[in-house]
Ligand binder design. Structure first.
Ligand code: ADP
Length: 549
């Protein structure tokens, strides 16, 4: 059936489920731990980069403001001395711009026309530059004037070579002048960018971080990048703002060589994880395999058992019907043989009588065997249903003893009944079958006894409301090695094979099955050459729950 096969396959794979869950669980936990470790390393690296970047940024800001401060001092003087000459301007320049700055030159442009320059040397060409007429610088000059703020432009390539930042400061006349507050013009200072980078440590080879800056013309994060490798801004950098008097730059940093990837330690951790995985999961898979194989074997065993049971049942059914079919003609043979023996009109001669006698005793044996086989087959084919009733154990024992006494006399064996005249016991059992059981035990006790021996039948109540009836004989006994075979079918375990005794080794098998079907027990004690005691225990009346029957 496809459904059953599917179910079996599903069941077979279910045994690997714990291994699979463990494998996934260990893998997830392991990866999570490795990632946590990796994140910690990254966080450490990020905080290191942040510290380094803040240092550089502070130095850069400091340097720019230092330069601006110097320019502002000059502007302050111009605002109260608006009509100063070139020589005065140079004087002031020499006084203000001494050591510790990165200014290349400072120009002053009253009414937006450059007329003062410090130092003049090398910058003469700029004298006379009119910002209003110069396309490149007009807009920036107007912005500084209109905003009234110091505006930093650049970095840009300078005509004199190198790169510079241009700071433009609008100048307004001071209080003590002829027109206080009026716009005087512009002061433009050029800061040498390369020197600026140098003093702030940006260009140092020892810097353990890679830096990039954007926001040319103080346009902040949206402005053009003007310093450092292009990749920095795209590598999840640490960011900071460099604040300028008006606007800002954005500075970014990553560790030299990029952010740390998975370390060797983490690779080892991963290998360790795989090893743990194998160590834990492999035995589970092996166990799963064993379970699956066990499952397959159990299925096979069940199938084999089922077919064996079916075959046994078929055999028992066959035997039951065969034995039944055999009994009818056998009974007819025996009946006609007896009729021959006892026909008064045609008496048999002595020799004929002897032949008929043989037919009768052979037939009796055969009938006995057929009856036993029939009983056995019926029990095994589940066709045996005891007929329960209240039965006087004393009566049954008495009857059985009187039936076997004759056999005992024939063999010079005394059968002693110590039970039937004693305490009355009423059993709840099948009377006919009880008789069959006791007769079997009694005939065995006589059969396996020696001339002059004794057979005693006795009974008493056993510990749990059962009556135990024992048949004790002084016969040949049973060797300990044969104990196991006594109740087995067709096993005859007589100690002396030379002594031929009637029987087929089937009586005790039937007896045991009958007793057990009647909710009883059977057993024996024996000693080779020292006689045997066979006993049966059956429930005393009113004890069994009749609903179970
Ligand atoms: P059988 O048809 O041979 O009597 P049973 O099944 O009744 O078969 O007994 C099985 C075997 O157990 C006997 O062949 C005999 O060897 C042994 N046996 C049974 N009862 C006794 C007894 N009372 N004393 C000694 N041996 C016995």
């Amino acid at each position: 059936m496809p459904g059953t096969r599917k179910k079996t396959t599903y069941r077979q794979w279910v045994v690997y489920l714990p291994a699979l869950i463990a494998a996934i669980g260990i893998f997830i936990i392991g990866l999570y731990s490795i990632n946590v470790d990796h994140e910690r390393v990254r966080a450490d690296s990020r905080s290191f980069v942040t510290n380094q970047l803040n240092l550089v940024r502070a130095r850069l800001e400091g340097a720019i403001f230092g330069n601006i401060q110097l320019v502002r001092s000059l502007v302050a003087i111009i605002s109260i001395e608006p009509n100063l000459s070139q020589s005065r301007f140079v004087d002031l320049g020499e006084q203000i711009f001494q050591e510790g700055h990165q200014l290349r030159n400072v120009a002053a442009a009253p009414d937006l026309v450059v007329s003062l320059m410090y130092p003049l040397e090398g910058n003469e060409k700029a004298i006379g530059l009119d910002y209003r007429k110069n396309d490149a610088q007009r807009e920036a000059a107007f912005r500084a004037r209109d905003l009234g703020e110091l505006i930093i432009a650049g970095p840009l390539d300078l005509v004199q070579g190198g790169r510079g930042l241009i700071g433009r400061v609008p100048v307004f006349k001071g209080n003590k002048t002829d027109d206080p507050g009026a716009f005087w013009g512009l002061v433009a200072a050029v800061i040498d960018v390369d020197k600026l980078y140098e003093v702030s440590g940006l260009s140092s080879n020892k810097l353990p971080i890679e830096i990039a800056i954007r926001g040319a013309d103080a346009t902040g994060p949206s402005g053009r990048q003007f310093y450092g490798p292009a990749k920095v801004f795209g590598s999840n950098p640490v960011l900071a703002d460099v604040n300028l008097p008006y606007g800002s730059w954005q500075i970014a940093a990553i560790p030299e060589g990029g952010w740390p990837s998975y370390s060797t330690r983490q690779t080892w951790l991963f290998i360790l994880l795989l090893m743990v995985e194998v160590l834990i999961v492999a035995p589970m898979v092996i166990i799963g395999n064993l379970l699956r194989e066990r499952h397959v074997y159990i299925n096979q065993l069940e199938a084999t058992k089922l077919s064996a049971e079916k075959a046994n049942m078929a055999k028992s059914e066959f035997l039951a019907s065969m034995s039944h079919e055999l009994r009818t003609p056998l009974n007819a043979i025996l009946g006609y043989a007896q009729m021959l023996q006892y026909d008064p009109k045609h008496p048999l001669s002595k020799s004929q009588n002897g032949y008929v006698e043989s037919i009768c005793s052979g037939g009796d044996h055969l009938l006995e065997l057929v009856n036993d086989v029939l009983d056995l087959a019926k029990i095994e084919a589940n066709q045996f249903k005891p007929y329960y009733e209240e039965v006087s154990a004393n009566e049954v024992v008495k009857e059985c003893v009187s039936m076997t006494r004759h056999l005992g006399d024939q063999r010079e064996i005394k059968v002693i009944d110590q039970f039937s005249s004693g305490t009355d016991y009423v059993l709840y059992t099948d009377q006919l079958r009880l008789k069959q059981v006791l007769l079997n035990l009694l005939t065995n006790a006589i059969k396996f006894n020696d001339a002059g021996g004794k057979v005693i039948i006795d009974g008493h109540r056993s510990h749990d409301r059962y009556l135990r009836i024992s048949v004790i004989d002084t016969g040949i006994g049973i060797a300990r090695k044969d104990f196991d075979r006594v109740f087995q079918m067709f096993q005859r375990v007589g100690s002396d094979p030379m002594i031929a005794r009637d029987g087929y080794g089937i009586g005790l098998t039937v007896t045991k099955l009958l007793v057990e079907r009647m909710m009883g027990r059977i057993g024996f004690e024996s000693e080779e050459g020292g006689g045997s005691t066979f006993w049966v225990e059956l429930p005393i009346s009113s004890l069994p729950d009749k609903r179970q029957l």
